[in-house]
Every structure is written in structure tokens, then in C-alpha cells.
Design a protein around this ligand. Structure first.
Ligand code: AP5
Length: 215
């Protein structure tokens, strides 16, 4: 199954895409994670991407397209994939369609996780990421007692772009450049909305139902 996760910043794309990828045994590909790995290693890509990400702007399409095409060409994507945070512009969506068509493949579902904007902002401000295993948590979770990762004991940190002034810019980018994709995929009848304001477990159930998986 080839699945895309869209949704505003903080909607829970990463959290639930990771769970679904484990359930379906297909890779979870997050362009945000790829950029952040490159930024932390100070690669050429990371240095360029950081100039945009640190301002809450989208990384240019040609850069983003090239890393996604490379990643999707790997053998582990042959049986399906979950794209998280990609595509984010109409150009990226059209390029992705062309790329998949060339391989006789297509996107099966586009999952749009629905969360109200004030809740999203609170979630982003409460998010903590493990500096070691990269797992994501929220300060609202009872397993998060201090700044120690409940999974591996690594140090929990805030993401650099989870500051209120950058969050506001990320929302502007989302509304202007990414929201139009919802109509693009609705017209292809592959858009599936999933309620995302409920618990983690219920949200995952909503997503599974939306893509016709009964577990
Ligand atoms: P990216 O990393 O994709 O950021 P984003 O889209 O802003 O999304 P987030 O990662 O912030 O949120 P999420 O929806 O994954 O939520 P999460 O699961 O963590 O991109 C970062 C930047 O990279 C972009 O701004 C852009 O500059 C660049 N970029 C990336 N892709 C690009 C592209 N295609 N083109 C151009 N540029 C690109 O959850 C958030 C929090 O909520 C967590 O703490 C979580 O524990 C909590 N939570 C989740 N679900 C629930 C729930 N049900 N109840 C309570 N809390 C919950």
C-alpha cells in the first residue's frame, strides 16, 4: 500500500505514520526527519535545508523531490511506503504522480489528520524528541516524567522549529502551499480524513478505518 500523510504541523503525522509503518511492515519516510538528520550531520543538504526550516519556510521543490525520488527508488519501498510530510506543494504532488506512473504505481490513500489549530500549537510547544533514539513524546504523556526518554534513557529536547514565532510561519506555509493539495487528492477520490483530536489509540483506529484496514 502506498500512503501519504498530510495535515497541519503537529497533527500527529509522524507519531501515527510510524505506528502504521510497523503494523504494515512498510517504510516510514519523513522528509522532515531526513532534513533534520542532514542538519545534525551538517551535510551540504542539511546546510541548505536549515536556511529554510529555521524560518518555517518550505525547502525548495527541486531539492525535496530529488531526495524523495532517491528514497523511493530503494528496494524496501517495492511493497509500499508511507510518506510523511511529503508532498507539500502541488508541484511536488504532480512530480510524485509522474514518478510513480513511470513505475506503474500510484498513491492509494492520502490521510489527512484533522486537529484544531489551537490544539496543534499546544502540541508543538509540548513536544519533546529524544536526542538519541529520535522518538517523539509530549509533556502531557504520563510516561514523560523529566527530560529523559522513557524508551532509551536519552535526553529529551525541543525541536528547533517548535518555537512560537517559527510555528506561526509554518502554519502560513501550510495554509498557502500545502492545503491546496487536499482538493487535488479529493478530486482523485483518494483523500481520507481522520479525526485526530482523540487519544493516540483512538486516532490510530480512526486512521485505520479511514484506509479500510480492520484490525
Ligand atoms: P516536518 O518534520 O514534516 O514538520 P511538520 O509537518 O510541521 O509536522 P511535525 O513533524 O511538526 O508534526 P507531526 O504532524 O508529525 O506531529 P507529531 O506526530 O510529531 O517538517 C519540518 C520542516 O521541514 C518543514 O517546516 C519544512 O521546512 C521542511 N520540510 C519537510 N518536508 C518538506 C517538503 N515536502 N517540502 C518542503 N519542505 C519540507 O505530533 C506532534 C505532538 O503531538 C507530539 O508531541 C505527539 O506526541 C503529540 N500527539 C500526536 N498525536 C496526539 C494525540 N492523539 N493526542 C495528544 N497528543 C498527540
Amino acid at each position: 500500500m502506498n500512503i501519504i500523510f498530510v495535515g497541519a504541523p503537529g497533527a500527529g503525522k509522524g507519531t501515527h505514520a510510524k505506528k502504521l509503518s510497523e503494523m504494515l511492515n512498510i517504510p516510514h519516510i519523513s522528509t522532515g526527519d531526513i532534513f533534520r538528520d542532514n542538519i545534525s550531520q551538517q551535510t551540504e543538504l542539511g546546510i541548505v535545508a536549515d536556511k529554510y526550516i529555521s524560518k518555517g519556510m518550505l525547502v525548495p521543490d527541486e531539492i525535496t523531490m530529488s531526495i524523495v525520488k532517491d528514497r523511493l527508488s530503494k528496494e524496501d519501498c517495492d511493497d509500499g511506503f508511507i510518506l510523511d510530510g511529503f508532498p507539500r506543494t502541488l508541484v511536488q504532488a504532480e512530480e510524485l504522480d509522474k514518478f510513480l506512473e513511470g513505475k506503474n504505481r500510484k498513491v492509494d490513500y492520502v490521510v489527512n489528520i484533522l486537529v484544531e489549530e489551537d490544539v496543534l500549537i499546544q502540541r508543538l510547544l509540548s513536544r519533546r524528541v529524544c536526542s538519541q533514539c529520535k522518538s517523539t513524546f509530549s509533556l502531557s504523556q504520563t510516561c514523560v516524567k523529566n527530560d529523559t526518554c522513557p524508551k532509551c534513557g536519552g535526553k529529551l529536547v525541543k525541536r528547533d522549529d517548535d518555537k512560537i514565532e517559527i510555528i506561526k510561519e509554518r502554519f502560513i506555509s501550510y495554509h498557502n502551499q500545502t492545503e491546496p493539495l487536499l482538493n487535488y487528492y479529493a478530486a482523485r477520490k483518494i483523500l481520507r480524513n481522520a479525526k485526530g483530536m482523540e487519544s493516540y489509540e483512538q486516532t490510530l483506529k480512526n486512521i485505520l478505518e479511514a484506509i479500510d484496514i480492520t484490525k
